[in-house]
Each structure stands twice: as C-alpha cells, then as structure tokens.
Design a protein around this ligand. Structure first.
Ligand SMILES: Nc1nc2c(c(=O)[nH]1)N[C@@H](CN(C=O)c1ccc(C(=O)N[C@@H](CCC(=O)O)C(=O)O)cc1)CN2
Ligand SMILES: [Mg+2]
Length: 288
C-alpha cells in the first residue's frame, strides 16, 4: 500500500478559514482587527518569500499586517529600537522577527526584546518556558503545525513513540516539549536525536512517528524507518533549484503508513499557526 500523503496545504487552508471566521467574529463583536508586524532584516530571498506569504495570508484572513524591512547592515540597537516601538504600538497584537538574522545581530537578544504578550512566533523564552510547564501561551508555529497535522489526520501522538531528529530552538526542542505535554495532542513518549546520537537508525526504527528536522536533504533513508511509521518531514532544502525535505521521499513513502511531502507539508502549517496565534493575541488584548 502506498503511503497516505498528509496534505499540509489542505490542512493549512482549513485552519486559515477557521482563523478568518474568528477574525470576523472578533471584529463583529467590537474587538480589534488583529494586527501583525513582521520584521525582515536583509535580503535573504527565502525569508522575503516567507514574509510576503505571511502578509498575504493575514490579508486573506481579514487581519492587518505590515512588514518592516531593514537593510542587511542594520546595527543591533536599531533593530532593538524598532522592536521597542512595535511593542508599544496598539495596532500590532503580534510581532515576529524573521529568522535567520544577519551575523551582526544576536538572534536570542532580538527575540527576547519582543514583549511576551506579542510573541506570536512562540520563540521568546517566556513563551517556551510556559509551554514546557504546560501553562497557556503562544505555541511555536512549526511545532504546533506538526501537532495539528497529526491530530487533524487522525494520528493522535498519545502513547506513541515519537522520534525527533534535530534539536533546534525553533523545531526540535520545542516540538519535544509540546508532544510530551499532558494535553490534547501530547502524551507522547519522545526521543530527541541529534548529530552526536550514536546508532541513529537503531533509534529512528523504533519510531511510531518519525519527525525529520535536521536540515539535511534526504538524510532519512528507507532503512531508518519502521514499516508502517508515520513520517513528518520538517526540512525545507533547496537543491538544484528544487525544494526537498530531510526525507528520501519516494523510498520512505513506499514503506510508511503516512508521510508529509515537501513542499506542501509542514511549511504552510507554520504560517497558518502564526495567524492562529495572532488572532489569539488580539483576543487577549481585547479582553484585557
Ligand atoms: N521568525 C521565524 N523565522 C522562521 C520561521 C518561523 O516560524 N518564524 N520558520 C522558518 C521559515 N518559515 C516561516 O517563517 C516558513 C518556511 C516555509 C514555509 C512554506 O510554506 N514552505 C513551502 C515552500 C515555499 C517555497 O516555495 O519556498 C512548503 O513547504 O510547501 C513557510 C514558512 C525559518 N524562519
Ligand atoms: Mg547572529
């Protein structure tokens, strides 16, 4: 049986439609139009596409958004001043700083400067600490996108062995925290593997749900995957002008129960979850 393809474009469209309905209800009841500020530093082509797509998705959901585009050589303190201004601007309920940032800017300091109440990317240490402790907060967009794809496709992680390959601050680490929570979409048994993991394939072969998030094209090969596993590919790599994931798609699809493609898998979910968080931020603002 060929694997079931988990279509992230479709699930993300469903989510964006739910957000659009939420925006209409919020504004109809006298609440604010949700507003998102996106900060883009430099001219990375992929980042520019992602930020443009975020703006377009906001407009389609009835949200206000603005992009603040700074030159590649922007000094650190200039970026921090912009974030301070956006923190104080009531038109914006959510702020994101597009990553990666140019080398002169310290990413952690920039993210920490965002007011936690506006951290719709869910990357601030306050958001991540709350998530770890199971308190309500903004969930990071890619990990919550993975969780939604699983839940909405009928693959509840509860009780499953989820093996995550990759330990980035933006995907691997927060995804592990999210999936182990005592809450809907959680309760998984999570193993995190990384570059120093010994006998990697012995561990990946134990996965009921295998998440590839290491940023190495085609690194998860068929011999690393158990027959009937659910495979989530978070990698987005450009190879010879083509987008490929971290999974050797055709060979792995031939033996798995279900798999996300690249493109059209987790990527679009990241933007849908950002909109969902921005709607939440506007709701929280209006109930203050
Ligand atoms: N501040 C942030 N920076 C980055 C994040 C993030 O969540 N917050 N994640 C990634 C980039 N990203 C969003 O910002 C993102 C990546 C990919 C996609 C996407 O829809 N990909 C498509 C393919 C698009 C293409 O043609 O390139 C797909 O996979 O189908 C959306 C958002 C790093 N930075
Ligand atoms: Mg840096």
């Amino acid at each position: 049986m060929p694997a079931r393809i988990l279509n992230g474009n479709e699930i993300a469209a469903e989510l964006r439609a739910e957000v659009a309905e939420g925006v209409a209800q919020l504004t109809a009841s006298g609440g604010p139009q949700p507003g998102l500020a996106a900060v883009l530093v430099g001219d990375d082509a992929a980042s520019a596409v992602y930020v443009r797509n975020k703006g377009r998705a906001c407009a389609e959901a009835g949200m206000h958004s603005e992009t603040f585009h700074l030159p590649v050589d922007t000094p650190h303190d200039v970026l921090l001043s912009l974030i301070d201004r956006l923190n104080a601007d009531d038109r914006f309920h959510g702020i994101l700083v597009q990553l990666p940032l140019p080398a002169q800017i310290d990413e952690a300091t920039a993210i920490e400067r965002i007011a936690p109440a506006k951290d719709v990317d869910g990357l601030h240490p306050v958001s991540q600490g709350k998530m770890l402790q199971g308190e309500p907060t903004y969930l990071p967009c890619t990990p919550s996108g993975v969780q939604q794809v699983l839940l909405r496709s009928g693959y509840d992680p509860a009780g499953q062995h989820v093996v995550i390959v990759g330990r980035s601050n933006i995907v691997g680490k927060p995804l592990a925290a999210l999936l182990m929570q005592r809450s809907i979409g959680g309760n998984a048994t999570v193993t995190v593997c990384h570059t120093r993991t010994r006998n990697l394939s012995d561990i990946t072969r134990q996965a009921d749900i295998l998440v590839a998030a290491m940023g190495v094209p085609g690194a998860i090969t068929a011999d690393m995957v158990r027959d009937g596993a659910v495979v989530i590919d978070v990698g987005i790599n450009r190879v010879d002008d083509r987008l490929v994931g971290d999974v050797d798609f055709d060979a792995v699809a031939a033996k798995s129960e279900a798999i996300t493609p690249v493109p059209g898998g987790i990527g679009p979910m990241t933007i849908a979850m950002l909109l969902s968080n921005t709607l939440d931020a506007a709701r929280r603002y209006s109930s203050k």
